[in-house]
Design a protein around this ligand. Sequence first.
Ligand code: NDP
Ligand code: 2IT
Length: 453
Amino acid sequence: MPAREYIEAVLHEIQVHSPGQVEFYQAAEEVLHSLLPLLEEEPKYMDQNILRRIVVPERTIIFRVIWTDDAGKPRINLGYRVQFSSTLGPYKGGLRFHPSVNLGIIKFLGFEQIFKNALTGLSIGGAKGGSNFDPKGKSDNEVMRFCQAFMNELYRHIGQTHDVPAGDIGVGAREIGYLFGQYKKLTGRFEGILTGKNLRWGGSNTRREATGYGSVYFAENLLNAHGEEIKGKICTVSGAGNVAIYTIEKLRSMGAVPVSCSDSKGTVHHPGGINVETLKAIKEVNRGSLEEYARLHPDATYIPLHEYPEGGHAVWNIPCDVAFPSATQNELTLVDARHLVSNGCQLVNEGANMPTTPEAINYLQKHGVLFGPAKAANAGGVAVSQLEMAQNASMEHWSFAEVDTRLFAIMKNIFDTAHTTAEAYGSPGNLIVGANIAGFKKVADAMIDQGAV
Ligand code: NDP
Ligand code: 2IT
């Protein structure tokens, strides 16, 4: 069967077997279409039926989570852990707590994670988990009880050489602490079964900063390859969480001007540059709304979400040289891509997972905008998670500078790999193709080595 037909057949089967999982289908479609030149050159992947094998998780765990709210009422949520691939190492990937979480969302994230983790060059498999629990508006005690109830089931499925979850949307230092405490209580063991732990009890320096810093390091490498640098660039950033905050911090320290951030209610535009301390105080300490930012900085503008009627997002209508979507999936649409192009944007660098819709990517590429795809550009977080695992295993604790230096080297290597692979397979400059083929090849070759299991 010709490679093109094989790819379409596998995609068709996903639609039949996973109906309604639109985000998973979107992620799979992008990866599989990228693989055409590889499959045409190397039929062994079709002979071994690798595509059909890789799109099905090794294990899918769905469980009920019952916790008690502050009024004493039992509440019910769903918990997920999709252990997608253990080919390259223990299952590895974050946990997301957000009301939009469902099996299709976790599968898209887990699928992306396989190739992202392969690209880091480290020994980690791919997984993702989470819950439709909404931490917003919940007290610390409610969040703690939820995390404990979630771990009451999850603990039997994880382990430091088996599956090591971490944070993602809605899961940060607070949640990792409660989850870790409950694992220890249940098992009586102090083990590195989660990453993103507090520095005082087994965490790694630079893990908190790693995704954002890594995203900027990736952008710098990409710009350097085109004779440019991040220094002096006007940058728009969406989101106001872990990835966005440390993207903004690193942009400032490298001499760029990050002029925006956004949350689920609105966008801040601060032409002089976002004040990182104010942002951290509002979001990390007070868990507040960005509305407050403009009150504290009168030269900044706040645009509430409902006051932006054009079907796109206000943050992408702010003129910039580089855009860093760092909030959530499909947040940058075709309307936004048109605004970015007409405002002269040179590079879109994905900090979030799958933040750009396929139509928007197509438009950006047609108009010569450089593109740093998520599974390459945001791999710094999981890479430092693996460094946390290495430190836990050897009972060492490396300095901030040591981890940051390794992170920089890993991001450079990911860029070089995606760049040279794109060239080798006939799509010079197309880092989507380069990242997908390079990540896939690494996993697929190991799958063949390990036999049909
Ligand atoms: P956080 O929960 O820390 O922050 C998410 C931010 O995005 C918040 O400011 C949130 O607003 C905003 N947001 C706006 N719209 C939405 C929406 N519809 N759904 C969810 N959030 C929304 O998450 P992270 O910064 O950790 O993650 C951001 C993105 O980066 C995600 O795509 C994640 O998968 C990806 N990522 C994260 C990594 C990590 O190490 N944390 C690693 C690699 C990728 P509000 O403040 O109002 O809640
Ligand atoms: O999407 C991601 O790469 C993450 N949320 C981080 C995963 C991890 O295990 O550190």
